[in-house]
Each structure stands twice: as structure tokens, then as C-alpha cells.
Ligand binder design. Sequence first.
Ligand SMILES: Nc1nc2c(ncn2[C@@H]2O[C@H](COP(=O)(O)OP(=O)(O)O)[C@@H](O)[C@H]2O)c(=O)[nH]1
Ligand SMILES: [Mg+2]
Length: 206
Amino acid sequence: MHPGPDPSNPLHAQPIQFIGSFPDPHVRVDPELPEIAFIGRSNVGKSSLLNALVGRPGLARVSGSPGKTTLLNFYRLPGFYLVDLPGYGFARASKGARAGYRKLVTGYLRSRSRLTGVVWLLDIRHPPSEHDVEMQQLLAESGRPALAVLTKADKLTRSALPVRVRELAEALGLHQDQIEVTSSHSGLGVPELASSIVAAAAGENM
Ligand SMILES: Nc1nc2c(ncn2[C@@H]2O[C@H](COP(=O)(O)OP(=O)(O)O)[C@@H](O)[C@H]2O)c(=O)[nH]1
Ligand SMILES: [Mg+2]
């Protein structure tokens, strides 16, 4: 879908190295570098967006069925780590699994001294779920800079798009310029998000 490097995307054609999958939010990585974390409901399109951002279709596994993994996946890019946090809101998750998930994510959000930005994904087609609202609260409590990113924008018509963005901004209590609209399928908003990530990794506000 995205043949060749995209010169407008600063993350395209950058070297990227999978560091590992870790169950412990306090894991030490060497060297220590700024971290940009990705989080969202499972099936929101997180793996697809990660792949689109770096221009590597096979980097993170895209799945038709929501996964149950509870591991932090670290990828090293020049100057920072992308950290893929497990998806939340898995319908059949037990109480224990939910508590474990919460512990992992709050542990991560609270403890990482180099966490400089969180990319929070929401499916543009759906109103925020109770799990999304809970995550928004955890993000707010953590005090970390977060950027709301809407996924799967290709599912809406061009005229429905701005209406939907306004509705979701209102539902989330955010300004429209605090939200980025993306589609990994069409590439909409992907270079812009890549630029926001690079800026956040360099210590600028998201
Ligand atoms: N139409 C459309 N479908 C998408 C997009 N991104 C992901 N999907 C689909 O949504 C499903 C879940 O995607 P995946 O990236 O595995 O989501 P994750 O569970 O959040 O990592 C898959 O069937 C993808 O093909 C997108 O931008 N547009
Ligand atoms: Mg995934």
C-alpha cells in the first residue's frame, strides 16, 4: 500500500530494531532513551499504524482477532524507543486479567523516567468506551503528554469525517487540534503523526 520511502515521513526508511517483549513495566533497557508509548483498545488498529509509521508492513503483527498478549514490545529507532503497550478492553478478559493489565499499564505510566509521550488510539467509528474513558483517566493521572489519535478514517466518507472528529473531540473534552486523524490503509495523517512523534521524542510538546 505504501511503496517506497515517503520523504514527508521522518520515520520512514529509519533503521528500527526490535528489542524484546517484556512483562515487567520496570524493565531496564540499555541504552536509556526517550520512550514514546502506543496504547489503545485491542483491534483499534495499533499494529497496523505502527507498521505504517515506519513503513514496514511486517513489523508488528496485524490481527483479525483481538490478542491477549500482556507484554510491552520495545522497538529502537534512532534516538528513542517506540513502546507498544498491550491492547485493552478485551471482551472476554477475566477480572484477574483486567487487574493485571491495569497494574502493568499504571506501573509503566508511573515509573518510566524517560517516557516523553503517549499516543492514545481511538477507533474513529465508535464513541469512547468505558475502557477508553478509564484509560483517559489513567493518562491524565500520569501527567504524561498524550496525543489522541483516531484510526481507520478511511471507513468514513470525506463529508462525515469532520463531523465525527468534532463529536469525538467533544466527547473526550479535547480541542480538535489535540486530535490527529489517521488511516493506515490510505496513509492519511501518517506522516503528520510521525512528525509529532519525532518532536515528542526530542522533548517538544505533543
Ligand atoms: N479500514 C481499516 N482497517 C484497519 C485499519 N487499521 C487496521 N485495520 C484493521 O483492523 C483490524 C485490527 O488491526 P490491528 O492493527 O491488528 O489492531 P490492534 O489489535 O490494535 O493491533 C485488522 O483487521 C486491520 O486490518 C485502517 O486504517 N483502516
Ligand atoms: Mg496489535
